[in-house]
Design a protein around this ligand. Structure first.
Ligand code: IFM
Length: 477
């Protein structure tokens, strides 16, 4: 509530301004990472095994060159990471906590003090350098012990997640004011439908929907826990990060427009509608497609579980802000593709290869603001992939265009965007692609045991944008 009031005041000022290349004074800029992708130290100081450790150790062919065993070695080099953020003039650092580093078995039977110390040290170091932590509780590294009992399709996981969240609020909530429960659930529930991502369970159109159901409930319970027991003393905000490569109709036909909207609802609406919409529950088109297909397949129940009315009301409104990730645009048209059954087939669209087009970010921001009015938006990920190199003018161009689109969304369209964290602070383990592609503002030398970090040209560019809260003068609306 506090946040919404503050934000309304900000919006009033913002909309009174004319289009500008300057972001609002209190706009939060920073960079993002995640635990598996940067920490390394996969089995040090009492850390438990995660599904990512387990999956990439057992399926080395699914990852190129290097897995996350050492990654950027941020477990040992976090002080250097903080200095990099400081050099970027970052207001916030979005990082994730590794659940099995804190609770090696996923449960409260073992609380790993070394893990808690690590995150306390990181948080304290950030604050000592004037940088706010923006903390993701879950960026895909489930304790393997919880996968042995079925992982996210098992509804009991919501209990475990709430208990883990309580440990985080108790230990870090005095200093962490921004919490994200889950990063990109649309992506990680895929691990219950395809073989190439952890935990590699092949139950398309079933396992991913069961996992979705648990994740939404777990998110809502953590928000209520914070709201009821911690908000009054800790005074922070809790949200979730949802992603989408903006689906644009391939042509101006009605069929393509409907296909694009269907794709949006299956990707972002699947999680966004129950949590952020006025009515709650899964989007009508998702419910209808999956129910109809399940029936046609001769099943006695829908592959997509249902919420009770009580659950719908409990879940609706469980967020203080909307975390949004966007990188690309895809062009869509109706059509049946993919395994039968599968989420892809239920969505009934054919999707083009993703393309970097900044207007997609602006359209997506507008879509979110229209579908889910009243929530401040933080762009928690956006960034440019290339094959490496410090002379990354392509990345500077990307950021110039995408940040320009954010300015247009704020000033021309009135979308309440309050922050932006670039993906990523440094080159890191890009999941199946290892270090073979890069997103970093800093280069990481993976051939050196020291994992030497060196700023790229884009780091200098972003440091200036973050310092001045302004795009360079050549950008004009
Ligand atoms: O590296 C990933 C991140 O873990 C989740 N969002 C997309 C990024 C780039 O692919």
């Amino acid at each position: 509530m506090r946040l919404l009031i503050t934000f309304t005041a900000v919006l009033a000022v913002v909309s009174a301004q004319t289009a500008s290349n300057r972001f609002p004074d209190d706009f939060m800029f920073g960079a993002a990472t995640s635990a598996y992708q940067i920490e390394g130290a996969w089995n040090e100081d009492g850390k438990g095994e995660s599904i990512q450790d387990n999956f990439f150790h057992n399926h080395p062919l699914f990852i190129l060159e290097q897995n996350g065993d050492v990654a950027c070695d941020s477990y040992h080099k976090y002080k250097e990471d903080v200095q990099m953020l400081k050099a970027l003039n970052a207001d916030v650092y979005r990082f994730s906590i590794s659940w099995p580093r804190v609770l090696p078995n996923g449960d409260l039977d073992v609380i790993n003090q070394a893990g808690i110390d690590y995150y306390n040290n990181l948080i304290n170091e950030l604050l000592a350098n004037g940088i706010q932590p923006l903390v993701t509780m879950y960026h895909w590294d489930l304790p393997q012990a919880l996968q042995y009992i079925g992982g996210w399709p098992n509804e009991l996981l919501a209990d475990y997640f709430v208990e883990y969240a309580r440990i985080l609020f108790e230990n870090f909530g005095d200093r962490v004011k921004w919490w994200i429960t889950f990063n990109e659930p649309h992506q990680f529930v895929e691990g219950y439908s395809v073989p190439w991502g952890a935990p590699g369970q092949r139950a398309p159109g079933i396992g991913d929907y069961l996992a979705t159901h648990t994740v939404i409930k777990a998110h809502a319970r953590v928000w209520h826990l914070y709201d009821e027991q911690y908000r009054a003393t800790q005074n922070g905000s809790v949200g979730i990060t949802l992603n989408m490569d903006w689906p644009e109709p391939e042509t101006n036909s009605t069929e393509d427009a409907e296909a694009a909207e269907r794709a949006r609802q299956f990707v972002m609406g699947m999680f966004g509608h129950p949590i952020y919409s006025k009515d709650g529950d899964y989007p009508a088109v998702v419910r209808q497609q999956v129910d109809a297909n399940s029936k046609a397949e001769g099943r006695p129940r829908s592959r997509l579980p249902t919420f009770t009315q009580e659950e719908i009301e409990y879940i609706r409104g469980t967020a203080d802000f909307f975390g949004m990730n966007n990188y690309n645009v895809t062009f869509v048209t109706p059509g049946l593709r993919g395994h039968n059954p599968s989420k892809k087939r239920d969505t009934a669209v054919i999707t083009s290869a993703p393309e970097s087009l900044s207007w997609g970010l602006r359209k997506q921001l507008n879509w979110v603001a229209t579908q889910y009015p009243g929530y401040p938006i933080i762009i928690t990920e956006n960034g440019h992939l290339n094959l490496g190199g410090r002379n990354d003018t392509d990345r500077i161009e990307y950021y110039t265009e995408y940040l320009g689109a954010v300015l247009e969304a704020i000033y021309t369209d009135g979308v309440p965007v309050i922050g932006y964290t670039a993906w990523s602070l440094m080159d890191n383990v890009e999941w199946n692609r290892g270090f073979t592609v890069t997103f970093g503002l800093y280069e990481v030398d993976t051939s050196s045991p020291n994992r030497t970090r060196t700023p790229k040209e884009s780091a200098g560019f972003m440091a200036e944008v973050f310092r001045t809260k302004q795009l360079p003068n050549q950008y004009k609306q």
